[in-house]
Design a protein around this ligand. Structure first.
Ligand code: PMP
Length: 287
């Protein structure tokens, strides 16, 4: 089946989709994105992603190319057209193309943003092997720019981080700045000590994860204690458990950090429980 994608108002087969070579997303990473998961053919936390998208656009003086209702309808139409049961909807908005290359932003009156969306089918995502075995992470220095709260498409360093992890025989990397863990290459990072879940507080240093917000709320509802503070790799290595959260991997147990095994080297009970609660609650609220 040829994938149907969405480009600036049109649903087209993926091999017919076109974007200008002058698009600022392509030339300057001048764009933002969102990834919303699909379970049972329904969208998980669409509203959370839509609200963060609006915030990212505002921070970059970019306009929203359509209404939230229209955005929801495009998501749904792509899920329908591509028969997605488990998978993702990727959305990207760039500042568009004014037909040339210039550092200064083009006039928004004459240059409209580019909106691209496509689906990725990921059967078995909910019960992935990785979630049963847990993942191994390495630590790397966080050398990204200072506005990581804006979900821009500048993903070169996170990609390099994944490659560094792969080369070390691991799955992912946790980034460290001034001695403290910021986040994973594409997820938020947590440790567990007793009944306490510890994760870095929100600031410009990390992406304000939509899954993070949901998981912390659910953890509190389940009478767990949440402590929003920074932690070091050393503290993580001696914690009871570690895990990450993201829209595409939900709650993912971490079983090794820089070669040090966490507990018995298998997913811990808190991460497992939070994953169950998150999936359960999310499925109930999916639209
Ligand atoms: N941090 C970074 C750097 C990310 O790329 C992501 C995933 N996009 C996250 C955290 C998790 O965010 P969310 O739960 O909204 O997917």
């Amino acid at each position: 089946m040829t994938r149907t994608v969405y480009v600036n108002g049109a649903y087209v087969p993926e091999n017919e989709a076109q974007i200008s070579i002058f698009d600022r997303g392509f030339l300057m990473a001048d764009g933002v994105y969102e990834v919303t998961s699909v379970l049972g053919g329904k969208l998980i936390d669409f509203e959370g992603h839509a609200v963060r998208l609006e915030r990212s656009l505002n921070e970059l003086d970019m306009g929203m190319p359509c209404t939230m209702d229209e955005l929801l309808e495009i998501h749904r139409e792509l899920v329908r057209a591509n028969e997605i049961d488990e998978g993702l909807v990727y959305l990207q908005i760039t500042r568009g193309s004014d037909g040339d290359r210039d550092f200064a932003f083009p006039d928004p009156e004459t240059t409209v943003p580019t909106l691209v969306m496509f689906t990725q089918s990921k059967p078995g995502m909910m019960n992935s092997e990785a979630s049963k075995k847990g993942v191994k992470v390495i630590s790397i220095e966080d050398i990204r720019w200072g506005r990581r709260d804006i979900k821009t498409v500048q993903l070169l360093y996170p990609s390099m981080g994944k490659m560094m992890a792969k080369k070390a025989g691991c799955d992912d990397a946790w980034m460290v700045e001034d001695g403290f863990v910021t986040e994973g290459t594409s997820n938020n990072a947590y440790i567990v000590k007793g009944n306490k879940i510890i994760t870095r507080g929100l600031s410009n240093d990390i992406l304000h994860g939509i899954t993070r917000a949901a998981v912390l709320r659910m953890a509190k509802e389940a009478q767990m204690v949440v402590e929003e503070r920074s932690f070091t790799i050393e503290e993580a290595q001696t914690a009871d458990e570690a895990f990450t959260t993201s829209a595409s991997a939900f709650v993912m147990p971490v079983v090794e950090i820089d070669g040090v095994m966490m507990g018995k080297g298998t997913p811990g009970p808190v991460a497992k429980r939070l994953r169950e609660i998150y999936l359960d609650e999310s499925l109930k609220k999916a639209i």
